[in-house]
Design a protein around this ligand. Structure first.
Ligand code: 5GP
Length: 114
């Protein structure tokens, strides 16, 4: 067995981070190093998918749930508009190989994520 991901450890309460929203299958936290006024992460509770391509192929309904939670959070934390980013692969900046969506909102002019 590989080590649990940092997000699994957060979900299990082993690493402190406030869970700001959750459903049966996904949860959301604030990014520890925000790149925008609002920078949240929406994460499937299962760690079985490394990236969004695996998630889309393996469980499209779960990917839809990630998008639905992102939409709700953008409405709650900003004006409803948001940028959704899935870094896919190390060379694209992915550092945690437990699929997660970055939700960026608020003033994106200074965002370093595209
Ligand atoms: P990636 O680079 O894989 O697309 O995104 C991983 C994200 O997780 C990064 O933006 C990073 O700042 C965030 N992150 C890494 N460790 C922690 C942590 O312990 N707590 C929180 N809240 N975010 C983390």
């Amino acid at each position: 067995m590989s080590e649990p991901s940092i997000f699994t450890r957060i979900l299990n309460g082993e690493i402190p981070s406030e869970i700001i929203a959750q459903t049966d299958t996904v949860f959301a936290i604030r990014d520890i190093a925000p790149q925008a006024a609002v920078h949240l992460l929406v994460i499937p509770k299962t760690a079985q998918y490394r990236d969004v391509t695996e998630l889309a192929a393996g469980d499209p309904a779960l990917l839809s749930e990630v998008v639905a939670v992102a939409k709700d959070l953008a409405a709650e934390h900003a004006n409803g508009d948001f940028r959704l980013i899935f870094n896919t692969g190390a060379e694209a900046g992915q550092t945690v190989f437990h699929v997660h969506a970055h939700v960026l909102a608020g003033d994106l002019a200074e965002s370093s994520m595209g």
